[in-house]
Structure formats: C-alpha cells, structure tokens
Design a protein around this ligand. Structure first.
Ligand SMILES: [Zn+2]
Length: 146
C-alpha cells in the first residue's frame, strides 16, 4: 500500500486503511522533516497543530478511495515573514481541493465525450461519487487545456 501512496507523493507515508462497503479509506502522514513556508521560502521543523483533511483519489481494485491526511500547521520561524503559521501543502492537491489532480484529470477524460449527467453516472459506478455540477465546473476549469 505504501507504494500506491508514494505514486501520489513521495512525501507521504502509508499509515493504515479500512474498507467500508465500496470505499477504501487510507490514512497517510507526511514524512517531511522540514516544511518550506510558502510565503517566505524558509524551512520550518516546528509543528503548531494538525487538522484532518480528506480527499478523493483514483480507485484501487474497483474500490473508491478516500485518503485521510493529518495535515500539519507549522510555525514560521522567520522574523521577517508576515505569517507566523502556515499549512503544509502538497503538489497533488490544489489548496482547497477535495480531489487529487490525477482524479480530476480522470473525471475530465471521462466527461469529454458524453453529457455531464452521463459522466456522473459512469463515474459513480466505479470511480468516484461526483455530481453533474462538479463535472461541469471541472470541465470549465480545464477548458483552456482542450
Ligand atoms: Zn514564512
């Protein structure tokens, strides 16, 4: 399982997983020793707190995947920096997103050749629970790429 998580991000470690009905819940943790402050680019090793963040990812073995991450909030030690704390960020997840970029790519790929209603039905079957309106907004967001 750790290998699957490393495909997503090498800075994450697999902790545990649980399969409930058709969904696999995977708990992961960051393995970064220091985190770079996004505001001043200085590294920090001091954790302020953690908060639970969940996001949907590509399915494994036909099971929908929800990943649970104890996201760290760090102190910024740089006295010049305007921010005293910041949240650890990951490349595969845009700031407020609940879906990984590779899952968004898959939703867009499925949706390109059918209606958003049909795409939502196809995706709900074995990829991800996603509504018609989410399909539409993702397509709009990515429109410039196609
Ligand atoms: Zn900073």
């Amino acid at each position: 399982m750790d290998e699957f998580i490393k495909f997503l991000d090498k800075n994450l470690d697999y902790v545990s997983h649980e399969i409930i009905d058709n969904i696999c819940y995977i708990t992961v943790a960051s393995n970064r020793e220091e985190v770079i402050c996004p505001f001043c680019d200085q590294p920090s090793t001091k954790t302020h707190s953690t908060y639970e963040r969940t996001f949907q990812d590509l399915p494994i073995q036909g099971k929908k995947v929800i990943t649970v991450l104890n996201n760290r909030k760090m102190f910024c030690n740089n006295p010049e920096c305007k921010h005293t704390t910041f949240a650890e960020r990951f490349d595969f997840l845009s700031n407020k997103s609940k879906k990984t970029s590779r899952l968004e790519d898959e939703i867009v790929r499925v949706s390109l050749n059918c209606s958003s209603t049909a795409a939502s039905e196809i995706l709900k079957k074995n990829v991800v629970n996603v509504g018609k309106s989410t399909v539409c907004s993702l397509l709009k967001k990515r429109k410039t790429y196609y």
